[in-house]
Design a binder for this molecule. Structure first.
Ligand code: NAD
Ligand code: DAU
Length: 353
């Protein structure tokens, strides 16, 4: 007889960077939940991110597109989905500047398709949660002072953040209009293992290792607020279980770094690890044309999550960066695998190689 589970949770985008950490945490921590990872494996999705848990009894992978109504309806029926943690998205700002339509399709249409399917499938809205994972970029850009709080007005400025803001609004609309039991979280920049090497930290590590130019946009003065990806996964666990329905929670580690300082820090760390002479990797820094509409600064006030739900980051940035760098040095096969497809094409186009 087939085992029954207390919850059947659909995690979308579970083969991506953050999604794979959320899937791993839930599969290992909650053997009484069945985790259904629904992902269409774009360039950013990679099943080898989940090799360590792929044979667990409470884990299932279903390849499918969140935009496709039939595929989403089928997965809800087949696994009697009780809850959703929605991470699937087009996630890279530079790609959204080159081609916004894919972001509208996946991030907006895909999200509404999931909301609509959950609304139709759940006969009543008790004991269900639809947790939408979003970004601090919906709040726009900060000047030198201040922090984003949950009440900061939305002011998205890139096609990516506009698509995420639109999806957040639809999630809230389904709560207010239909009473769908939603929760929303907005997180700052994540870093850690399995991060696709088009984003700043893994790209810089990859290029330092291979002695390739380190493309710093503009003067490198933009500021990002970095959070260890496993702390984000823990925050999602906390909000999914204990957050209030209809509310949003900011997630961040009060850890602001100027891009150029971060790139130099990585250069120094890798010079030591690779037995290079001091200052060698910094020679690779190349200032390139700035990102269009580049947001100056992001910084999150996560005090609501800390005070109401007791979450806090578990490690310092320096500890997390060292673990991250070690992971990349020890997982060259993963890097080779994920950089073999669309990556080469994209990278060449970006930097006119
Ligand atoms: P990612 O690009 O690494 O992974 C996205 C995953 O979604 C991939 O596995 C991809 O195959 C899948 N996917 C894309 N389109 C799909 C579709 N149409 N149907 C099914 N699956 C699809 O992204 P990430 O960095 O892990 O981000 C995950 C989520 O967290 C996103 O919603 C993003 O907006 C949000 N977020 C990311 C960060 C960050 O720093 N990376 C910070 C805050 C919030
Ligand atoms: O804040 C959360 C967001 O963080 C998430 O919602 C996005 O999905 C995620 O991609 C990330 O967006 P950013 O645009 O902040 O991340 P990215 O790694 O692309 O860039 C970080 C900073 O580094 C940004 O100021 C641009 C700069 N940069 C980036 C790249 C890729 C460079 O200077 N050079 C580069 O080559």
């Amino acid at each position: 007889m087939e085992k029954t589970f207390q919850k059947n949770i659909l995690i979308t985008g579970g083969a991506g960077f953050i999604g794979s950490h959320v899937v791993r945490l839930f599969v290992n921590k909650y053997p009484h939940y069945r985790i259904v990872n629904f992902d269409n494996l774009t360039y950013a999705g990679n099943l080898s991110n989940l090799k360590d848990i792929e044979n667990k009894e409470n884990y299932v992978f279903v390849k499918g597109d969140i935009v496709a109504n039939d595929a989403v309806t089928n997965v809800f029926s087949q696994y009697n989905i009780t809850d959703v943690i929605h991470l699937a998205a087009e996630s890279h700002v530079d790609r959204s500047i080159e081609g916004p339509m894919a972001f509208v399709q996946t991030n907006v249409v895909g999200t509404v398709n999931l909301l609509q399917t959950a609304k139709n499938h759940w006969t009543d809205f008790t004991n269900h949660v639809f947790h939408h994972v979003s970004t601090d970029e919906v709040y726009g850009s900060l000047g030198n002072d201040g922090l984003f709080t949950e009440t900061t007005a939305y002011d998205p400025r890139s096609p990516y953040s506009a698509s995420k803001a639109a999806s957040d609004h639809f999630v809230s609309a389904f709560f207010h209009t239909y009473g769908l039991p939603i929760k929303l979280s907005n997180c700052s920049n994540n870093y850690g293992s399995h991060h696709f090497p088009e984003k700043l930290i893994p790209l810089m590590i990859h290029n330092i290792v291979n002695k390739k130019p380190l493309p710093v946009y503009g003067k490198g003065e933009n500021i990002r607020d970095w959070l260890w990806v496993e702390d984000h996964a823990r925050a999602i666990d906390t909000i999914f279980h204990n957050g209030k329905l209809g509310e949003s929670y900011n997630i961040g580690g009060l850890n602001e770094w100027k891009n150029i300082d971060l790139v130099k820090y990585l250069c120094r760390l890798l010079d030591k690890k690779l037995n290079r002479s001091e200052g060698e990797s910094e020679q690779l820094i190349t200032y390139v044309k700035d990102r269009s509409g580049h947001d100056l600064r992001y910084a999150i006030d996560a005090s609501k999550l800390e005070k109401e739900l007791g979450w806090k980051p578990s490690i310092t940035f320096e500890e997390g960066l060292e673990k991250t760098v070690d992971w990349y040095l020890n997982n060259q096969d993963w890097i080779n695998e994920v950089t073999s497809g669309d990556y080469q094409h994209y990278y060449k186009k970006m930097y006119n190689e």
